[in-house]
Design a protein around this ligand. Sequence first.
Ligand SMILES: [Zn+2]
Length: 114
Amino acid sequence: MDLPAPWGAGRASATRLAPELLAAAAATGWNLDKHLVAKLTENPDGVRNYPAVLAKRIADLPKRKPQQAAGAPIPPACDSCLAFHPASAQNPNLRRRDGQPCPDCHPDQIKESA
Ligand SMILES: [Zn+2]
């Protein structure tokens, strides 16, 4: 995982922080992806000691909110969506019926009814 400048940690800091980051991410549900990078590097105004702030943010990493979860499993597409758009198995945006999100398998529809 690479952090954008000026956050990129030196080798010593990176080696020190990597295990903590892995542990923190595992404990809070984050993946090592761009969302975590964005979280760790948000609000850069006033930051002078980037490695120290980074270490503090890793130690204080909040639990990831469920709706932010990238790579969260998407619900399976229903038969009619699969028949209409085979790619809807991977792409929920293709799950439509009569121009509306499919009530049976579109994630938004399922979420609202849950
Ligand atoms: Zn469907």
